[in-house]
Design a protein around this ligand. Structure first.
Ligand SMILES: Nc1ncnc2c1ncn2[C@@H]1O[C@H](COP(=O)(O)OP(=O)(O)OP(=O)(O)O)[C@@H](O)[C@H]1O
Ligand SMILES: [Mg+2]
Length: 330
């Protein structure tokens, strides 16, 4: 469905009035998501999850590397020629409060994408909007369709956001922290709804989350990002039960208590924090924080992703020798 190959994304930033700089948000990242497959993207704030999701939707253009959809290279396609892709690939946003226009009724919000796609008959648009409302369990559809977002709960609004994505019958959806801003009681219901779409419609997903526990429930594979690079990837159960990279192990050790009463107690993952780099690092990006770093090795070259067991890859010198570093690295 989606393939990203060796992609790097660089943002120009203004650090103060006179200085300007660059942030390497993604650095040599490759991912593939098959038909009907879900890939979870996890990692700390700023690790590049949203940028990678947006890259697969061609909402950002990479500085290098390629993005393909259904085998077609769309890396540098201009917006005018991406119409077919815009219909088939959708996004569900994190915040159901700011992502829906408060002055539009639910029907109009859901029919808007169809209008953009040139569906001329109002009756057909309404019919498809009602089908999308039913698919997200906002029933009776006439009651919810005529509401404004302000008349709905967070969970209901997120269902509208999902219906808006669904109305185009997409093949691929990027769900960027779709439940993190919803009250805890609706989270499971929304995740079950997404899982149903996965199973019944064969939609492929990139599922961006801080919540590794939910990734196990909702994903086939997982990719762990650290400072714009994938440090570990593999089948979700394998990675969570047998993490190899010290960073993944720390993320998993920090999974919050299952008891919701304790959830507010955020445990620190690993002391320290990632330092956003203005240049691509030439050594292991996790070196300064790693409890298992090997001086002389991990600070001398950058580890490449290496397959350790079937489909389970890790970029760490604990598992591979320095000879695996990419060509060009001394
Ligand atoms: N439009 C932008 N302009 C400049 N820098 C950006 C832009 N978007 C993202 N960045 C930077 O790129 C890096 C990756 O950001 P990104 O939003 O992809 O991280 P994230 O993993 O989604 O974080 P979070 O968990 O907080 O959502 C960060 O250092 C961020 O500050
Ligand atoms: Mg993000």
């Amino acid at each position: 469905m989606i393939a990203v190959e060796d992609a790097s994304v660089v943002f120009e930033t203004r650090a103060g009035i006179f200085k300007s700089g660059q942030v390497h948000a993604l650095d040599g990242v490759s991912i593939e998501i098959g038909v009907g497959e879900t890939l979870a993207l996890v990692g700390e704030s700023g690790s590049g999850k949203t940028t990678l999701g947006r890259l697969t939707l061609r909402l950002v253009e990479p500085a290098s590397g390629t993005v393909s959809f259904l085998g077609r290279d769309i890396t540098h396609d201009r917006e005018q020629s991406l119409g077919w892709f815009r219909q088939r690939a959708q996004i569900v946003f994190q915040d159901p409060f700011s992502s829906l226009n408060p002055y539009m009724r639910v029907w109009d919000l859901i029919e808007e994408p169809l209008q953009i796609d040139g569906v001329k008959r109002a009756g057909e648009r309404r019919e498809r909007a009602n089908a999308a409302l039913a698919a997200v369990d906002l029933i009776p559809t006439a009651r919810f369709g005529s509401k404004y977002p302000s008349q709905m709960s967070g969970g209901q609004r997120q269902r509208v956001g999902i219906a808006r994505a669904l109305v185009r019958n997409p093949d691929y959806i990027v769900a960027d922290e779709p439940v993190s801003m919803i009250d805890a009681s609706s989270r499971i219901a929304i995740l079950s709804l997404l899982a149903k779409l996965q199973q019944e419609r064969g939609v492929s997903f990139a599922y961006i989350t801080h919540d590794i526990a939910s990734a196990r429930y909702f994903s086939d594979r997982i990719a762990v990002l650290y400072q714009g690079t994938i440090v570990e990837t593999g089948p979700v159960g394998t990675v969570i039960d047998h993490p190899l990279h010290p960073y993944t192990a720390a993320l998993i050790a920090a999974i919050p208590e299952p008891d919701p009463a304790n959830r507010h107690r955020r445990r620190e993952v690993v002391p320290g924090e990632p330092s956003p780099s203005s240049t691509a690092p030439t050594h292991c990006p996790f070196y300064s924080r790693c409890p298992r770093r090997i001086p002389g090795t991990c600070d001398a070259a950058r580890p490449a992703l290496v397959e350790i067991e079937p489909k389970h890859e890790v970029a760490c010198f604990l598992y591979s020798s320095a000879s695996h570093t990419p060509a060009g690295t001394p």
